[in-house]
Design a protein around this ligand. Sequence first.
Ligand code: PGA
Length: 254
Amino acid sequence: MKNYLIAANWKQNGNLKSLSHLTRNIIALSSKRKIRHKIILFPPAIYLFNIDSLIKNKKNILLGVQNISPYNDGAFTGEVSSKMAKDSGCNYVIIGHSERRHIFGESDLEIQSKVSASNDMKMNIILCVGETASERRKKMTKKVITKQLRTALFPLRNRLRKNLQKLVIAYEPVWAIGTGKNATTEQISDIHNYIAKSLSNIFGRNSLKIKILYGGSVNTANAKSILELDSVDGALVGGASLQAKKFIEICSSI
Ligand code: PGA
């Protein structure tokens, strides 16, 4: 049985009360349903400490931060460093989510700096890649993904190689995020296999240690068929992770 990783990206939703309630329900349901897969919760950064205190001692439920500063300590108003995130109980970080790229204008080079800073702190990195609808229409999907992967990873390859099991790629087609329009299993297999090949071009045979997740409108109806694909090692779930019952149903579909 594959060791799946299911991530819950809560984005900028909820408040202390509702997210604590959601966390308690996820803990209770995951133990009731005997979920063995690794679950990673990504609350808004301001609540990391609170959520961490609720999941303490839960071996399969871990904590992550949705975004990270590309810098270490210093005069960077509003930023949270990898060291601070670790201090708040985080072992995972999402880097290059499409909302960061497209709403906040994050470049591939900034993403590379974030990967570098998080790797220095030995964080587990979930690097998101994916094409927009118009890029897919123009048949540019693979080109876009190659650029995203190579700019973020290639210059750091020698350092990353030491901890490849801590690197995770999430394929998240921008047109599938929050739209209810998930990619088809054929599209997912095609791109996941392509990502695996690109990673092997960068890192060689050891790249098999890198998990590849799918994200984009994963829900209780499509989770099983997506997670059953050979090339899929887990999911990054947004909207459906805000309801404990739905999220745990996704986790228990495999
Ligand atoms: P969604 O979000 O599941 O709501 O489409 C996924 C994501 O943004 O990671």
